[in-house]
Design a protein. Structure first.
Length: 264
């Protein structure tokens, strides 16, 4: 298997970061190196933090792991084997669990014109795959086959596909991974979600650092992706989604995000 560099961007993760790093240390396929970019003193954003660590990395495969993610021991071995087996594959992830009974995400879905995590909130099935679990292997495989792209929560990327820069730092945080997947697809690469559950993700555990800016960025960046990449996201669907959310819970941050998404 090819050498792997693991990148973790942190901002005061504390015990959460320690759990993440312990899971990386316990991998059955030891990485070449682990690079941690610390955003605690000056928060340059997730996208720029990844770029800074990537510039120092040496591996031919690059794993991005959120500081609030805990990997099963064979996660890296599983995703690295997938890249080894398919030279056209640029990025791969497994299914992420929220807890022992709930799926956090099974890849990115753009089918309705918005951007969603497939199977989020649905019942999770462990890696043991018991025979009575409603043909769980087939269900997981069918779900993963619908995925358009991979989430940077915990994913492995091929350096030759990424090129010199991982993410556009203008995104700061959120949807930079969707922008990247769109670019990879436009350049002829493929992405894949493997139908196995191998990661536990607490979910946006660092969002509190950004406060209301988190909603502004999440809103704005969706429009940026749709404007940049033909067929990836639809303005009408995004506007309708934001309108419904605003009626339910009015927010200046959301309005600013919509405005910035169209204006810049």
């Amino acid at each position: 298997m090819t050498d792997v560099s693991v990148i973790v961007v942190d901002a005061g993760g504390g015990e959460m970061l320690r759990a993440c790093l312990n899971s990386i240390r316990a991998q059955t396929l030891p990485p070449l190196e682990v690079l941690i970019h610390d955003n605690s003193e000056t928060n340059i954003g997730f996208a720029a933090g990844v770029n800074a660590a990537y510039a120092k990395s040496r591996g031919e495969y690059i794993a991005l792991v959120n500081n609030d993610a805990v990997l099963d021991a064979d996660w890296l071995e599983t995703v690295a084997r997938a890249l080894d087996d398919d030279p056209k594959l640029a990025a791969v992830q497994t299914i992420n669990r929220r807890d022992a009974t709930t799926i956090d995400g099974a890849g990115i879905d753009i089918g309705d014109g918005t951007f969603r995590q497939l199977a989020s909130g649905q019942r999770a099935v462990g890696s043991e795959q018991r025979a009575g679990d409603l043909d769980s292997r087939s269900l997981l495989a069918a779900t993963c086959s619908l995925a358009w792209g991979v989430s940077a929560t915990a994913a492995l990327y091929r350096r030759t596909a990424i090129g010199e820069r991982f993410f556009d730092p203008a995104f700061f945080a959120y949807y930079e991974d969707v922008d990247l997947c769109a670019r990879l697809h436009e350049e002829g690469w493929t992405t894949r979600v493997l139908p196995v559950v191998k990661v536990t993700h607490r979910g946006s555990a660092s969002a509190s650092i950004l406060g209301s800016d988190a909603l502004r960025l999440r809103t704005r960046n969706r429009y940026w992706v749709a404007r940049r990449h033909r067929g990836v996201g639809r303005a009408g669907a995004l506007l309708w989604e934001d309108a419904k959310a605003f009626v339910k819970k009015p927010s200046i941050a959301r309005l600013r995000g919509v405005w910035e998404g169209w204006r810049t």
